[in-house]
Design a protein around this ligand. Structure first.
Ligand SMILES: C[S@@+](CC[C@H](N)C(=O)[O-])C[C@H]1O[C@@H](n2cnc3c(N)ncnc32)[C@H](O)[C@@H]1O
Length: 398
């Protein structure tokens, strides 16, 4: 994993190293914060797939424990041991082991089991899952989890194939710092273009209540309340933002207005994280009221198409993403960055282009929000934050 990251002022053509990809975050949008030392527990080689899968589960167990999910921390740690011993965990994930973070294998396993619980197919485990009203203690959770795995190997193997489809609404609190900064610097309304948008829930961020540190923006009556997410507020909150257009893309979009889409989104949230489940519930409610199309497309081709023409009205175009980089192959990333740089070179003061991203930033050893703004193409690190958009600290654009 590369640890190169040359974040700085004046990068007119930022690279993916500037974004801070592949710096030791755990998969599935759930990077540990702060990042662990990747050298402490090196990844086993490809010719030892059982050990490799167990390693992926163990890494994610640590992240979940750090990030406030004792249930998933415990279950994944025990599943890692079970996998290493060739138990039912291994039988479920055996066909899906991939290098590095394994395309979020551990989170796909947990989402598969959570889906089964939500469908009513795991009556022994449900009492341990707060997402379905469970209140049973952690003691005994592994035994119920293990017997659920054993009895459902074919079904769970099928479910594990589903891509990681977390759509974390809390990330809007961090992204909003970027949007506010674009609005303050340009004085223009925003045209939001989100890549890797999943269900596009964060395309409705202007309908959320967002704030902390004594200030807030957005609708005070919103069902999505992120008003305690900012630890250090940005200076530019007075005007808020005006969104004149919103659209997204994803390689596998989720339709938040269908029962199947809602099930997929809920299954991806860690079952003992009630606040996340609550903000998802609020965002699903808003999704029905405020349409935001998400096209099925790869982000490189889609961005090129969207940026081919400047917006017809005066507006700042904001291409943005959160926790997407780790899923994108190098050639796709390169095309995406080249497209942004080319479109940036054509940007004007009344049709500016911004690239806002919430991704791991190795210089921070944390997730953070960075912004590149054209004309000019300066890259600024605006904020530090947790991978789910909590504890957002304004850094002042250093
Ligand atoms: C961890 S999810 C994050 C979703 C959303 N950005 C959020 O923060 O909630 C990563 C998303 O990236 C999407 N993705 C991965 N590769 C992609 C590509 N080449 N083009 C478009 N979307 C992609 C996945 O389908 C998935 O929905």
């Amino acid at each position: 994993m590369s640890d190169a990251n040359n974040v700085g002022m004046g990068d007119s053509m930022p690279s993916w190293q500037v974004v801070g990809a592949r710096v030791g975050a755990a998969p599935g949008g759930s990077g540990p914060h702060p990042f662990p030392d990747p050298g402490a527990d090196p990844e086993p080689p490809a010719d030892r797939p059982i050990e490799r899968a167990a390693w992926q589960l163990r890494m994610q167990a640590r992240s979940c424990a750090i990030m406030g999910s004792p249930l998933y921390g415990e279950l994944l740690a025990r599943a890692a041991d079970d996998c290493a011993a060739g138990g039912p965990t291994w039988r479920i994930v055996a066909d899906h082991v991939a290098p590095g973070r394994g395309d979020a294998l551990a989170l796909r396993l947990m989402a598969a089991v959570h889906r089964l619980v939500l469908e009513g197919g795991a009556p022994d485990l449900a009492p341990h899952y707060p997402s379905v009203g469970g209140t049973a203690p952690l003691d005994g959770a592994w035994d119920a989890f293990a017997s659920t795995l054993s009895s459902n190997v074919p079904r769970l193997s099928r479910y594990v194939q589903r891509p990681c489809q977390t759509n974390e609404v809390g990330r809007s609190a961090a992204l909003m710092m970027g949007f506010l900064e674009v609005a303050a610097r340009t004085g223009l309304p925003l045209r939001l273009l989100e890549v890797g948008a999943s269900a596009g829930l964060n395309l409705r961020c202007d309908h959320f209540r967002i704030g902390g540190d004594g200030v807030a923006v957005g609708d005070p009556t919103s069902p999505v309340d992120l008003s305690s997410h900012w630890k250090v507020a940005p200076p530019s909150v007075a005007e808020g933002i005006t969104v004149v257009a919103r659209r997204g893309c994803d390689r596998a979009p989720v339709d938040a207005t269908t029962p199947q889409g809602r099930l997929a989104l809920t299954a991806s949230v860690w079952a003992d994280q009630r606040e996340r489940l609550e903000r998802l519930r609020g965002a699903l409610e808003l999704a029905g009221r405020h349409p935001a199309p998400v096209d099925a497309a790869s982000l490189d081709a889609w961005t090129a198409q969207q940026l081919a023409e400047p917006p017809s009205e005066r507006a700042a175009t904001v291409v943005y993403h959160s926790v997407v980089i780790e899923y994108v192959p190098d050639d796709v990333r390169r095309r995406f960055v080249t497209t942004l740089g080319d479109a940036g070179a054509r940007a004007t003061a009344d049709r500016p282009l911004a690239w806002v991203r919430l991704e791991p930033v190795s210089a921070l050893r944390h997730h953070g929000v960075q912004m590149t703004l054209w004309p000019g193409g300066d890259t600024l690190t605006l904020a530090r934050c947790g991978a789910h958009g909590t504890d957002v600290e304004w850094l002042g654009g250093s």
